[in-house]
Write a protein that binds this ligand. Structure first.
Ligand SMILES: Cc1cc2nc3c(=O)[nH]c(=O)nc-3n(C[C@H](O)[C@H](O)[C@H](O)COP(=O)(O)O)c2cc1C
Length: 336
């Protein structure tokens, strides 16, 4: 298969894993890359440049295929701007295939010199956007591609609540960059739809969380199978609205407490113990899905099994071909 995304990344199938804090490790990244798609190593898993360097080396020991490194450019006490700048430099020195930026644009958050630095190193830079305006900025700033994420997505969707169905074709009409569709993508039907709407590939996260290689606790796998499209909520608009963001997470005990604090006008100090990343880190491994804010997309409603990555990728490609053939038949187009 050949699209602007397979060409840009040098991969066989136009499927990328999204950044996933604590989940997108060398093991998961390498298994996805080895299956012909684009694995993601999430820099937020690490607290120092040397740890990220080791993780890149570890991923390279597990695969000789390309992978992408996620750098989430949001204000953070644990991951200050100076460390994110180091991470970007390390990705350029190590010549990883691509960097996925999520949050504020590199040129504004890290500095004007960073996109040119990646160009000199031959490293592609991709921005995850939730508005047409941000996609247009990414093109002007020199990014190589954009990921268009509707508010179905798990993690930190834009506060405007625009769905992938609307945002994706609008961005595809507004910029001339390779595009990955994200938010609600789980299978070959998603891929076929994304390509029809103007994308060159798709990015998924919740679907990859629900694979054997993510290594989460069996109770989490059970939760992912049992929960439905109405079991996630949007929260933290009071805290993140200023950044243009909010969070989409599983509806659970902690989210109910977060909502109480937000409705009562509670500040960051009151929210921090509830939203701490350390809580989620423990829950993915220990399995009590009520005890942390778990970023999960509406796509959870379409997840019914826990395949291995090696089963998942070819299955998606088969489903996509079937979906396109079925659409062609409905349109009265005969196969040649
Ligand atoms: C468990 C999990 C952790 C995530 N962590 C991050 C992160 O650290 N940085 C980031 O940019 N996005 C993060 N996201 C968001 C994803 O990269 C992606 O944008 C989104 O989940 C896509 O929607 P989907 O889950 O429906 O596929 C996370 C998503 C999940 C499910």
């Amino acid at each position: 298969m050949k699209t602007r995304i397979t060409d840009l990344f040098g991969i066989s199938y136009p499927i990328q894993c999204g950044g996933m804090l604590w989940i997108a490790t060398p093991e998961l990244a390498a298994s996805i890359s080895n299956a012909g798609a684009m694995g993601n190593l999430t820099s937020g898993n690490y607290n120092a440049g040397d740890d990220l360097k080791n993780a890149i080396d570890q991923t390279r020991a597990l695969t000789d295929k390309p992978f992408i490194v996620n750098i989430t450019t949001m204000p953070s006490i644990r991951l200050p701007v100076s460390l994110l700048q180091d991470y970007f430099r390390i990705c350029c020195e190590k010549k990883v295939k691509a960097i996925e930026i999520a949050g504020a644009p590199v040129d504004r958050f890290l500095g004007q010199e960073f996109i040119p630095m990646a160009k000199v190193a031959g490293v592609k830079v991709i921005h995850k956007v939730g508005t047409v305006k941000h996609a247009v900025h990414a093109e002007k700033a020199g990014y190589d591609a954009v990921t268009v994420a509707g508010f179905e997505e798990g993690g930190f969707p834009h506060k405007d609540n625009v769905s992938t169905m609307i945002l994706l074709p609008k961005v595809a009409e507004a910029v001339n960059l390779p595009i990955l569709a994200a938010g609600g993508m789980v299978d070959g039907k998603s891929l076929a739809a994304a390509l029809s709407l103007g994308a060159d590939g798709m990015m998924m996260a919740t679907r990859f969380l629900a694979t054997k290689e993510s290594g989460v606790h069996p109770n989490i796998y059970k939760t992912l199978i049992e929960k439905n499209e109405y079991d996630t909520v949007l929260a933290l608009k009071t805290l993140l609205g200023g950044l243009g963001l909010q969070v989409r997470a599983l509806r659970n005990e902690i989210i109910r407490k977060i909502e109480e604090v937000e409705q009562g006008g509670g500040d960051l100090a009151a929210l921090l113990p509830l939203i701490s990343g350390e809580r989620a880190k423990a829950v993915w491994k220990e399995g009590n899905a009520e005890e942390a804010m778990l970023t999960i997309g509406q796509s959870v409603g379409r997840i019914t099994d826990i395949p291995s990555v090696n089963e998942l990728i070819p299955r998606i490609m088969d489903e996509a071909r079937q979906a396109v053939q079925s659409s062609m038949a409905k349109l009265g187009i005969k196969r040649t």
